[in-house]
Design a protein around this ligand. Structure first.
Ligand code: FAD
Length: 376
């Protein structure tokens, strides 16, 4: 055998899995088709939101707690500023599902938070123009993550524990046999006991049964210059996420010393797959985000100073696939993080390592079962 476990794809999920596998004592071989921390997949763009009070449901909170501990540990081990404690402000009408979920998260799990009634929201965070009746919930443990640094840090830790990580080495084939998995990459065949499949937007080309169950979606990030820089410094302007009249906008304070980053979800449709992806994004298509910034963040100059495009893989229920790949007991699948997986990458990496090495995990991952899409 060339290793106990192979990890295919060293983006957010694969690099965290490689770290957790190697630190648990497994011999690991990892494959990445590009260089580490590249900007063509789901894990580029300088910053990511970390939220504990979760729009997508309070059931995520135990995973988020686990992730937060691992983020802190990785920051300490690497000496890199991976998690910037900015807090995260959710804005919306109190009865919309995301805000109800935020409220359930803080109440059921006793999370540190501040509830801001409409007048308090306006007085405390005048940078945001709220609609009538909108409230704010400040998630005190919310933060900004540094994705490229995090991917590098996790891979560095994996290597420190002996992992062999091959960059610019594309996996072309994965074959399951009774006692091993054969992996073809860069003209060489490798044999391992188990494999973690973490190919992000490329997952369906690697795992054909996923075809039709994952859609690939471009996400555009935009950076806007503030009129008054002091008002958007991380101490005064937390990361934020809001849902107003069908607009889903999120953003990061001025962590680069000159601009506020925003992201606007679901405005650009799906593409046929990563091969159909072009970085030449027509600037005229940015209008949904510039309109949203003009409307909701009036203190920012409404033309972005720059923008760039990334990809993520979505499932139809926007819940990831994390668990054994149906049909074999030699593969763990990490796929379909649907625009909100980065913050949980370390804990999903831990779960993948537990499943690959121990065949079980202490986390409740029933909701993520790949078998809900791929028949056993
Ligand atoms: C613009 C944007 C903003 C986002 N904002 C947030 C946020 O604020 N908070 C949050 O929690 N989440 C956020 N997300 C979601 C999160 O970033 C993604 O869900 C997460 O990064 C997915 O990681 P991944 O490892 O699955 O994919 P990737 O990071 O794309 O990794 C997959 C890797 O596999 C490699 N690969 C694929 N096929 C092969 C092969 N055959 N051989 C070798 N290597 C291969 C790829 O090159 C790639 O490096 C955002 C996503 C985007 C795109």
């Amino acid at each position: 055998m060339d290793a106990d476990t192979a990890v295919i794809g060293l983006g957010a999920m694969g690099s965290m899995a490689a770290w957790q596998l190697a630190r648990a004592g497994a011999s690991v071989i990892g494959f990445e088709q590009y260089g580490l921390a590249h900007d063509r997949g789901a894990s580029g763009g300088e910053s990511r939101l970390f939220r504990m009070a979760y729009h997508e449901g309070s059931a995520y909170v135990p995973l988020l707690r686990g992730a937060r501990e691992l983020w802190r540990e990785l920051a300490e081990l690497s000496g890199l500023p991976l998690l910037l404690p900015t807090g995260c402000l959710s804005i919306g009408l109190p009865d919309i599902p995301p805000m109800r979920n935020v409220r359930a998260s803080v109440e059921e799990h006793g999370l540190d938070h501040e509830y801001l009634a409409p007048d308090e929201l306006a007085a405390r965070f005048p940078q945001h123009r709220a609609a009538d009746g909108e409230i704010g919930i400040l998630d005190v443990q919310g933060a900004v993550l540094r994705p490229e640094l995090a991917v590098l840090a996790a891979n560095q830790q994996a290597r420190r524990h002996g992992a062999r990580l091959l960059e610019r080495t594309r996996v072309d084939s994965v074959r399951f046999e009774d006692d091993r998995v054969r992996i073809g990459a860069g003209g060489t065949e490798y044999a391992v006991r188990t494999v973690v499949l973490a190919a992000g937007p490329w997952s369906a080309s690697l795992v054909p049964p996923l075809d039709g169950h994952l859609t690939v979606r471009p996400l555009v990030l935009t950076w806007f210059a503030p009129g008054d820089a002091g008002r958007y410094a991380p101490e005064r302007f937390p990361a934020f996420i809001r849902d107003t009249d069908g607009v889903h906008l999120f953003g990061v304070p001025m962590v680069d010393g000159m601009s506020v980053k925003t992201g606007f979800a679901d405005a650009w449709g799906d593409i046929a797959g990563p091969t159909a992806f072009t970085r030449d994004f027509d600037e005229s298509r940015l209008w949904p985000v510039t309109e949203a910034v003009r409307r909701f963040l009036p203190g920012l100059h409404p033309d972005p100073i720059r923008y760039s495009v990334y990809l993520d893989a979505y499932t139809s229920d926007r819940t990831a696939m994390v668990g054994g790949l149906p049909g074999t007991d030699r593969a763990v699948l990490l796929a379909g993080f649907s625009g909100h997986g980065f913050k949980m990458a370390p804990v999903f990496g831990r779960i993948a390592a537990d499943l690959a090495l121990e065949r079980g995990t202490g986390y409740d991952i029933g909701a993520f079962a790949p078998s809900r899409f791929i028949p056993r």
